[in-house]
Design a protein around this ligand. Structure first.
Ligand SMILES: NC(=O)c1ccc[n+]([C@@H]2O[C@H](COP(=O)([O-])OP(=O)(O)OC[C@H]3O[C@@H](n4cnc5c(N)ncnc54)[C@H](O)[C@@H]3O)[C@@H](O)[C@H]2O)c1
Ligand SMILES: O=P(O)(O)OC[C@H](O)CO
Length: 336
């Protein structure tokens, strides 16, 4: 059944979701936080910097007006980067229709609160019961979906009926959606893989080779699963599309912003310099701080995350961090 979907955000993911949902026969309104950005989109029908060459269909309604954004909405999609979610949702709260399901595609953990995207929304809106919440996550590089290349995702929700509704809304011939009742795992996997993807980029920048990259992906999934399980997620979710699937694409795709940040660091650039030249968001950078704190809080060993944290925020040299990982005390592959 066609739905009327309000997409919050006007970045790369919001843009591809507008195309995807419109192709599925749904009505779409896209809201942006900044008037100038929506004005530009109304003129160009294209996010020239974030997703060049990809046209936003004329049927997609564009607005920067908070109240107008939710007219007729039967579902809301939040495509706002994690660290901006709280302020955006607090601003929009008076206009969000109660009872309408909210789906998030954000992949991060909020700094300070250490909350997952759906938890941030619940917090901002004043409770889970006001709006049912779901997360959509998986190997979803926006630039590929925009070219109608085949992709898959997981609709995570506590409520099975909601997960199935999200699955049905987002499914097209080239976008296959599975359901998963482990929303904690779906969100944690999507956030933590970004930290490992920064490490993959660092290896790329150091020209460390594919054996090293394979080791990173394999040991990376082990450590993010360990954190997830300690926080109540299912290990199987991390072995699925939202975990291993997304980790692989993000570690290997040249289009990944997180991997690109790492690559530039591996080549010797400074983080501040990299971030100053990026138009788009690399969620893994602030999320590394949050994941490091979660690891400490839950007493989970996360040596790769520790290494990324040290390189990004403690001035550690990338080669030194890699040597540190390679010379840790010998241990069995499985176990503590
Ligand atoms: N791009 C992808 O391939 C992709 C795929 C899957 C999931 N995601 C996730 O989607 C989320 C959005 O990422 P994106 O790639 O669409 O973003 P982007 O990097 O393309 O664009 C950044 C967006 O942030 C918005 N923004 C900047 N400051 C803001 C503020 N103060 N308040 C509100 N909004 C602000 C900008 O208007 C813009 O829409 C992220 O959590 C990302 O991890 C992205
Ligand atoms: O470009 P990145 O690194 O933010 O990755 C985008 C998506 O999360 C890939 O699934």
């Amino acid at each position: 059944m066609p739905e009327q979907i309000t997409i919050l955000g006007d970045g790369a993911m919001a843009t591809v979701c507008s195309i995807l949902l419109k192709s599925g026969g749904h009505g779409v309104t896209m809201w942006g936080a900044f008037e100038e950005s929506i004005e530009r989109l109304l003129q160009d029908r294209e996010q020239r910097k974030l997703l060049p060459g990809v046209r936003i269909p004329k049927e997609v309604r564009l607005t920067a007006n908070d109240a107008d954004a939710f007219a007729g909405a039967t579902m809301v999609l939040s495509a706002i980067p994690t660290q901006y979610m709280r302020s955006a949702w607090a601003r929009l709260k008076p206009h969000v229709p109660a009872g309408v399901p909210v789906v998030t595609v954000a992949k991060g953990i909020e700094n300070g609160t250490l909350l997952r995207p759906t938890q941030i929304i619940a917090d901002a809106l004043g409770g889970w019961t006001r709006n049912p919440l779901a997360a959509l996550s998986g190997p979803n590089i926006a630039a590929e979906i925009a070219k109608y290349l085949p992709a898959t995702a997981v609709a995570g929700a506590d409520d099975e009926a909601l997960a199935r509704r999200v699955q049905s809304v987002f499914s097209t011939q080239w976008f296959r959606v599975y359901t998963n009742d482990d929303i904690t795992g779906v969100e944690l996997a999507g956030a933590t893989k970004n930290v490992i993807a920064i490490a993959a980029g660092i290896l790329e920048g150091l020209a460390a080779g594919n054996n090293a990259k394979a080791a990173l992906v394999t040991r990376g999934i082990v450590e993010i699963t360990r954190l997830g399980v300690a926080m109540g997620a299912k290990a199987a979710t991390f072995a699925g599309l939202a975990g291993l699937g997304d980790l692989i694409t993000t570690c290997f795709s040249p289009d990944s912003r997180n991997r690109t940040v790492g690559e530039r660091i591996g080549k010797g650039q400074k983080l501040e310099q990299i971030l100053a030249t990026m138009d788009s968001v690399a969620e893994g950078v602030p999320t590394t701080r949050s994941v490091m704190q979660l690891a400490r809080r839950h007493n989970v060993d996360m040596p790769i995350t520790e290494g990324v944290h040290a390189v990004l925020f403690e001035g550690r040299d990338a080669i030194d961090a890699l040597t540190g990982l390679m010379t840790r005390e010998p241990k069995p592959e499985w176990g503590e």
